[in-house]
Write a protein that binds this ligand. Structure first.
Ligand SMILES: [Zn+2]
Length: 201
C-alpha cells in the first residue's frame, strides 16, 4: 500500500491529464459520483462515515489515475498555444536538474533560472528564453549572452505542453502514472530522451 501523501493523477473523461490531486480530493470526487473510470494501481483504501440508513461504513478505493466527469478546461489546455505558467521547480524538472551550460546535475537549491538573452538586453521571462543553470555558470555568464560569456547551450529550451507540464509538477510519479503521461507527450518531446538518461543514470 502507498502512503496517503501519494498523489493521484486526475484526467478528464477522454483521459487527458489534468492535474495532481491529494487523497481528500480524490475521495470527494468518488463521493460526488464524479469518477468516470480509473486506471493504474490501487493506491489506498479510505474509510469514510457510516451510512445513517444502512449503518454500513463507506469504503473508497483510490487508484493512481482517476478520470473525472464534467471538465471542459482540458480542451482549452490541449490547444496548441497553451503555455503553462513558468516556475523554477517546473523549469528545473524540464531540464532534468542539469545545468544547461556545464551539464552538471544539481539539487534544486543550487540551480537558478538563467535568462539566455538577459532581461537587461530585452530578453523575456518565458520558457523559450530560460534554462536551468548552476550558480557558478550563472555568475560567470552574468549579464551577457552565452556567446559573450563563451558558453554553449547543451539543449534548446522548449515550452512544455500541458501533459508535459503535469509531469514536471509531479512530486513522486509512479511508474504507471509515468507511462500514462508519456503516452500524451508529443512524439518529438525532448523529455523522452532526458527521462531515458535520468533513468539510466
Ligand atoms: Zn553549470
Amino acid at each position: 500500500m502507498y502512503s496517503l501523501s501519494q498523489q493521484v493523477l486526475r484526467t478528464d473523461i477522454t483521459g487527458m491529464p489534468l492535474e495532481w490531486i491529494g487523497f481528500k480530493e480524490a475521495v470527494r470526487a468518488y463521493h460526488l459520483g464524479q469518477v468516470a473510470y480509473t486506471c493504474g494501481v490501487l493506491l489506498y483504501t479510505v474509510r469514510g462515515g457510516y451510512n445513517a440508513i444502512s449503518g454500513k461504513r463507506s469504503v473508497v478505493e483510490v487508484n493512481s489515475i482517476v478520470a473525472t466527469l464534467g471538465d471542459t478546461h482540458a480542451l482549452l489546455k490541449a490547444r496548441e498555444h497553451y503555455v503553462p505558467p513558468l516556475s523554477n521547480s517546473a523549469l528545473f524538472a524540464r531540464d532534468a536538474h542539469l545545468c544547461m551550460y556545464c551539464g552538471g546535475r544539481f539539487p534544486a537549491g543550487e540551480l537558478s533560472r538563467d535568462h539566455i538573452k538577459p532581461l537587461s538586453m530585452g530578453g523575456t521571462d518565458t520558457w523559450n528564453n530560460v534554462v536551468s543553470a548552476c550558480r557558478r555558470c550563472n555568475n560567470h555568464k552574468a549579464g551577457q549572452t552565452p556567446e559573450q560569456a563563451g558558453l554553449e547551450l547543451l539543449a534548446v529550451p522548449f515550452v512544455p505542453t500541458h501533459a508535459e507540464y503535469v509531469f514536471l509538477q509531479g512530486k513522486r510519479v509512479l511508474a504507471d502514472q509515468m507511462e500514462f503521461l508519456l503516452a500524451h507527450f508529443p512524439r518529438t518531446s525532448p523529455l523522452h530522451q532526458r527521462l531515458a538518461k535520468t533513468m539510466a543514470a
